[in-house]
Design a protein around this ligand. Structure first.
Ligand code: F58
Length: 834
């Protein structure tokens, strides 16, 4: 491929410092000062850290924009095939540090700022996270954009320019409080508004059937029109690669306000339309793995899909006019989960209604263009909309969906299962019932040429359990692309000490060719390397200790084992299994102060969906248990528990490099892949985990000796369910389980408020323990003993930690993207001409 060729042209360097920055420190200083004075309107003596951060970002933007222009010229010169990645979420985090690393400007910027009396690390902290996503799905999209640009693949990310990203989390007396996130309250230096590419999006209204020519024509008379304004965020590839764009749509009223109403004295009413229109891109829904089912969410989905499809069609027509033959050759559209599935009927509508294409031709185009990634098997996360709502908001699309469904059922399904009405009902895009529903998953499968899961076990379950009949119908359609993470952000940028150590031992181009980390396996038994590796870990822990103190006031020791569970709070992820084990350890210590355990700090980071009460109760419980344990002098500091507030990308970047143990303990079959598991292992943490999602592949790569795998397998969970699971079997027969659950009922952790933590016990007993926490408890506790045992043998631990880092090459998101290219998108790389 061109990527390989392009990489081959560049000599592999031994040391990162050998790479030349594209500018001198002196020249960069000039640019920073120029922006400080010229665009920030301040001066060196007066400027706040915010102003310095902005000036630095604007200075860096000059390099970003040059790369963007070159890339766009290259794309139009070669009329490139591109993938359009449609996603409701892009969890980008901060951009300055990332852009500096990808442009090889990091060291020179540090030097330039030092000369100006500024510290780069402090300025980086000034940048608000771009938190336009909930969790893994949104962060995956961000990693993929990094890889696409780095691999010189033509790609556009399309999403929503939310005014408020994921809420800010605070704790008040241990309980989660949500506050709005205002990431761009004072503007964002990385984005460029493109008013010339604004689009109109229609909503509501009715459909008229006109009988004019041979075939009746449907005309949608929309009830409202909203303006979609694009904001472009340049995505900088690593090491001189391309600069792609992330295009985020903001909603605006078509009329700024009603002049006549205003003049008549209705000052507030005149702005009503504007306020309504702007609501669409106002806020990110803070759900994780549940379906919001709200009208506004459907409108958000359609709003960004319609604007994106219109933009894709506009770009195509600019070069090809009304000749549609090349459209499927040049356009690939990836649906990041079913959230953008409405793009399928929207492209149909555009082709049929706006460009008079025949149904068959339009449908042929759609099926070649679309593909869909499934991220979950949880039934509560599979999107459905009522037909009633569709009829109201998108009447023309409902027609089209009916037609798609009719063709699908009468042709494909009937050919495969002649006369089988039950099968038709089962596979129909429309679910019959007391309220008819549109199944967005079925629409996505029917409208796409490929459907992928995100880890091998997950994709297998998509084929066998979620969509078995679709698999029978189209044996080639369902496939796997195991997730990945960008090693630029998740090792090079976030863990500079480890990156520097790696640079000393293997080619410095490992951030492009992560398999080269395998070269470290030879060092795993080298005592000097082990020492250096663990010294890096320890320094990272010292940094995190300071951050923990700054954020919570809690003191922890860097000599303790750092055990980390960072992810959204959800029952299936089982933070409460971790908590029960902590309670068991605490109890063992109280019973026997000599109890032999490695001093451990349990670290958590997690946001709960605001309406998910049990998840919030688990956060409360962790905080209350932490309070009690951290202030108990009887246990000699052997145990500490910390939940850091406001977990987000930039906090992950601080926690991951300092982790010794990575908690990946979901109920088998529930975590589609996980990506935090990859980040932690890459940074030398040992996984304690179930055989779920990508844990399976991580354990395969690292080797079973270097992970702590425990618990029920997917098949065992199924068998247990089939037998009938009774959590009381464990409560009644395991003394320790009973004791810790009963403890939650007391007021031991919530003095004066007995029962404040009872909901957890209730869900695990009367609630039936749907995620098998009690069934896995003993195996987990045993695995944790093995963790201790290995940690006591410093050499064995260091060896395993090194092997984890050395073997995570597979989980480079470049590899995931290459899989998408080979199996689904069939793109060609175009390094930019310059
Ligand atoms: C996550 N899904 C999976 N959904 O849970 C995780 O296993 C996987 O690694 C990751 O996707 C990437 O494939 C996820 O993050 C959401 O956040 C949705 C947001 C919108 C509402 C429904 C959940």
């Amino acid at each position: 491929t061109v990527t390989k060729k392009a990489a081959a042209k560049k000599p592999a360097t031994k040391a990162a410092s050998a790479r030349k920055a594209p500018v001198t420190a002196k020249a960069l200083q000039g640019k920073i000062i120029q922006h400080l004075r010229g665009t920030q309107g301040t001066y060196e003596e007066k400027a706040t850290p915010q102003a310095w951060w902005r000036a630095t970002s604007f200075a860096v933007n000059e390099f970003v924009m040059a790369g963007l222009t070159d890339t766009q010229k290259t794309h139009s010169r070669y009329d490139t095939r591109a993938v359009n990645y449609l996603s409701m979420e892009f969890l980008m985090g901060r951009l300055l540090s990332n852009n500096l690393h990808n442009l090889h400007l990091f060291d020179v910027t540090r030097a330039a700022l030092e000369g100006l009396g500024q510290n780069l690390d402090d300025l980086l902290e000034e940048e608000p996270d771009m938190a336009l996503g909930n969790g893994g799905l949104g962060r995956l999209a961000a990693c993929f954009l990094d890889s696409l640009a780095t691999m010189n693949l033509p790609a556009v990310g399309y999403g929503i320019h939310y005014e408020h990203g994921l809420f800010e989390q605070h704790f008040r007396d241990g309980r989660q409080i949500e506050r709005p996130d205002a990431w761009r309250e004072y503007g964002n230096p990385w984005e460029v508004c493109r008013p010339e590419s604004a689009q109109q999006v229609k909503l509501y209204g009715y459909v008229e059937t006109r009988y004019e020519g041979a075939t009746p024509k449907k005309v949608w008379h929309a009830g409202r029109t909203i303006k979609a304004v694009p904001w472009d965020i340049p995505i900088v590839g690593y090491d001189g690669a391309n600069v792609n764009i992330l295009r985020l749509w903001e909603s605006r009223a078509t009329n700024f306000f009603d002049w006549d109403v205003f003049n008549a004295g209705g000052y507030v009413d005149a702005q009503a339309e504007q306020a309504q229109a702007e609501t669409i891109s106002k806020v990110l829904y803070p759900n994780d793995e549940t379906d919001a089912g709200k009208e506004l969410r459907l409108i958000q989905q359609y709003f960004f899909c319609a604007a994106s499809v219109a933009d894709i069609v506009r770009r195509y027509r600019r070069a090809h006019g009304d000749d549609w033959t090349s459209f499927p050759k040049l356009v690939a559209i990836q649906l990041n989960d079913t959230h953008p599935a409405i793009a399928i009927p929207e492209l149909m509508r555009v082709l049929i209604d706006d460009y008079d294409m025949a149904w068959k031709d339009a449908w042929g185009i759609c099926q070649q263009v679309f593909s869909y990634t499934n991220h979950t098997l949880l039934p509560e996360a599979l999107e459905k909309w009522t037909v009633r709502l569709f009829e109201k908001v998108l009447p023309r699309h409902l027609d089209i969906i009916y037609d798609i469904n009719h063709q699908f059922l009468t042709q494909q399904v009937d050919a495969q299962w002649p006369g089988d009405d039950a099968m038709k009902q089962h596979l129909s895009i429309i679910e019959e019932g007391h309220e008819r529903m549109v199944r967005m998953g079925h629409l996505s499968v029917v409208g796409s040429h490929k459907v992928n899961g995100v880890a091998q076990v997950h994709s297998d379950l998509v084929r066998t359990d979620l969509f078995p009949e679709f698999h029978e119908l189209w044996p080639e359609k369902l496939t796997n692309v195991t997730n990945g993470i960008t090693p630029r952000r998740w090792l090079k940028a976030c863990n500079p000490r480890l990156a520097a150590l790696i640079d000393q031992h293997i080619d410095a181009d490992w951030p492009l060719h992560l398999d080269k980390l395998k070269g470290l396996i030879a060092k795993a038994d080298d005592a000097k390397f082990q020492q250096a590796f663990m010294a890096v870990k320890r320094e990272n822990k010292v940094d995190l200790v300071a951050e923990i103190h700054r954020l919570t006031g809690i003191e922890v020791s860097p000599d303790a084992l750092f055990d980390v569970q960072i992810k959204r709070l959800h029952e299936y992820k089982r933070q409460h299994l971790n908590l029960l084990h902590i309670l068991a350890l605490y109890r063992r210590l109280l019973d026997n102060p000599e109890y032999n355990m490695v001093p451990r700090v349990f670290l958590f980071g997690a946001k709960a969906a605001p309406g998910y009460h049990l998840a919030k109760d688990i956060i409360f419980a962790i905080n209350k248990v932490a309070e009690r344990i951290n202030n108990d002098s009887r246990i000699g500091g052997k145990l500490k528990v910390v939940m850091l507030p406001n977990y987000r990308v930039s906090l992950a970047e601080k926690m991951i490099p300092a982790a010794d143990v990575s908690e990946q303990i979901s109920t088998a079959g529930k975590e589609a892949s996980g990506t935090g598991n990859m980040k932690l292992a890459l940074n030398g943490a040992l996984t304690i985990g179930t055989l779920d999602g990508a844990n399976i592949e991580i354990a395969e790569e690292a080797g079973a000796d270097h992970c702590f795998i425990f618990g029920l397998t997917v098949d065992e969970v199924k068998a247990l369910n089939a037998r009938g699971y009774n959590p009381y079997d464990f409560y009644d027969h395991d003394e320790e389980i009973r004791a810790v659950l009963d403890w939650l009922d007391s007021d031991y952790f919530t003095p004066g408020q007995p029962g404040a933590l009872a909901s957890i016990k209730h869900s695990l007993l009367q609630g039936g323990d749907p995620y098998k926490v009690l069934a896995d408890f003993r195996a987990y506790s045993d695995a944790q003993r093995n963790v201790d045992e290995k940690y006591r043998d410093g050499t064995a631990w260091a060896r395993s930690a090194i092997i984890n880092t050395a073997t995570m090459g597979k989980f480079n998101s470049d590899r995931s993207i290459q899989d998408y290219v080979d199996r689904i998108w069939h793109l060609k790389a175009y390094p930019r001409d310059n």
